[in-house]
Design a protein around this ligand. Sequence first.
Ligand SMILES: [Zn+2]
Length: 384
Amino acid sequence: MTDWTGFSLLEKLVGFPSVVGRSNLHLMDFVASYLADLGVPCHRLTGPEGDRQNLFATIGDPAVPGYILSGHVDVVPADEPEWLGDPFVLRCEGARLIGRGACDMKGFDAAVLAAVPDLLAMDLAAPIHIALSYDEEAGCKGVPHLIAALPELCATPLGCIVGEPTGLHPVLAHKGKAALHLTAKGIPGHSARPDLGQNAIHALLPVLTATAEQAAALQKGPQDARFQPPYSTVQIGTIDGGRALNIIPEHAQARIEARAIAGQDPRALLRPVLDSLGPDVQAEWLSTYPPLALAPGADLAQLAQQISGHPAAPAVSFGTEAGLFQQAGIPSVLCGPGDMARAHKPEEYLLRDELEAARQMVLRLGRSLSAGAGPVPQETLRSV
Ligand SMILES: [Zn+2]
């Protein structure tokens, strides 16, 4: 059997070009066989797309409430010309491990998988679950299928740690998001006779105005100082339509998103936009995920600080799957290696030390849950 390390696992995972929206079966084949070699069975949950899967595995007794370590295995495309090497071949330059997904977030995935042999030796009183998802980068499309299956897979977990890059600081909150795709249909014709056609761009205008008005209104709405800006927002992200100046536009479309502070429903923020739709405009929901908000005094917040060795950071601006786990009744926190500022960019990297620090965090979680000696947090003992 190969002796896998965090490094060699990351190298292997980066080598699968598991770009969002494409099949991840080869990657999941590898993870499943890695776990099987260690004697850990896993559930492979195929999504409705048919060619991509979530994976769920448990170390310990699944009938006892435990903790989920959650990561996505999809990555954003790596088409940027600034890559200095093949983005799907991990390159080492000094302390840097460079490759697409090294930071967001195959580094965490590799750290978790690398910890499995040690976790198995720990006689865990509460289990650790590994949850790997697909198409997170398409607006958390994959993980809802895994979350829906959890009641059949394990006792309701005590908490979930989503290992998105936070510098290994527990992050307790992020905004939620909802997005709409609007399409307007008109009747084309010569622009000299607009009276004979129907202008699709004009049909969108009430929606765009309603969006701008809602954006202004939200600035005076509920405030939460943990976020930048401290209020919920909406904005028009794209708009296009029309073919030429002298043709009445037949098609127009716009995409609008809302970002909600904790306590607000991102879809509800777009209600005034939907209310302004005319008969010629169709609306379709794109990605939606709820805000994350974990109380600083929550058991999971304490545990995450203890095992990461870092104080909690209040909030981040990016969204994650943690909001969906929380919505399913599982307290959730973000805590993973690396810096999101390096993600979604050419030459994305994770530092070797960051990879090892993440593995150590997972081992501390294991020790805190092990039946024998070790610092078991009181709150965990109670809930187990
Ligand atoms: Zn990510």
